[in-house]
Design a protein around this ligand. Structure first.
Ligand code: 0L1
Ligand code: MG
Length: 262
């Protein structure tokens, strides 16, 4: 690690304060160019610890930057991983207050709910499908704390991969009964289709993103607990939203899920 404990604490405090106050900031590698990957995840861990100390509950995990569309949009090459806590949950059809966010964007995602614990290293698509009870559609609302979404991968990891809100719903399906690669996905904003794709856009198969998450957790001495929700990553590029927008995600065989921005 390149940064000392008090710097990690100070950066976690800074980024979480930006999230809670909806204020943007320059990417933290500007002031800490030596920051390494362990530092980045240590800052993310410290943000989670702050939330847990205030009574938050971990409800799942997310993989980000898992599609070529997203990687191209953000100019990066590798997936990243973050945590989901109860404060990010939006009930289906409910409203998201835009003034609580900086510059929200939405992403269409296939979400998994696991039935048994998954451990890496060596986790693969088969293990993920065998351990997953259901899949369902989800809209992730990302909100990078970095000015104009300008960042590098380490800064994004420290910022909990831009996690802000998410809504899941529609129709649940058995992860084994649908071909997640060929499921068609349509994201609509105010009744107009704005992005389209298929499950295979996520690393060839959305379960591959979950396996990568499990192997990432395994490298850190952690596992994915039974009952975890996992957002497997945006299937298309992210779409900017503002107050007044209605967003609906339709996924073939999985129904639809909607959220309103006010
Ligand atoms: O969930 C995601 O793919 C977001 C990852 C972080 C990068 C971004 O803010 O777009
Ligand atoms: Mg996402």
């Amino acid at each position: 690690m390149a940064l000392n404990a008090s710097t990690l604490d100070q950066l976690a405090d800074h980024l979480e304060t930006c999230q809670l106050k909806a204020q943007d900031t320059l990417k933290i590698t500007e002031s800490h160019p030596d920051m390494d990957w362990d530092d980045a995840y240590a800052i993310q861990d410290r943000i989670l610890a702050r939330k847990l100390a205030r009574g938050a509950r971990v409800v799942g995990y997310k993989a980000g930057l898992t599609s070529h569309a997203k990687m191209k949009q953000m100019g990066v090459t590798d997936p990243v991983f973050g945590f989901l806590v109860d404060e990010f949950v939006v009930p289906e059809g409910a409203e998201v207050q835009v003034s609580d966010l900086i510059h929200p964007k939405v992403e269409p995602e296939i979400c998994f709910i696991t039935r048994t614990e998954l451990k890496g290293p060596g986790c693969h698509i088969g293990a993920v499908l065998a351990a997953s009870d259901v899949v369902l559609p989800g809209i992730e609302v990302i909100d990078s704390r970095y000015r104009d979404f300008k960042f590098d991968l380490k800064s994004v990891v420290a910022d909990n991969t831009s996690a802000a809100r998410f809504v899941v719903g529609g129709r649940i399906a058995s992860a084994r009964d649908v071909d997640l690669r060929t499921l068609g996905v349509v994201l609509e904003k105010n009744g107009q289709p704005v992005a389209m794709g298929a499950g295979a856009a996520v690393l060839g198969h959305p379960a591959a993103a979950v396996a990568m998450l499990v192997n990432h957790l395994g490298r850190r001495g952690q596992s994915l607990p039974a009952g975890s929700l996992v957002l497997s990553g945006g299937i298309t590029e992210a779409v900017a939203v503002q107050a007044g927008d209605n967003v609906t995600l339709r996924i073939q065989n999985l129904g639809s899920v909607s959220v309103r921005f006010v």
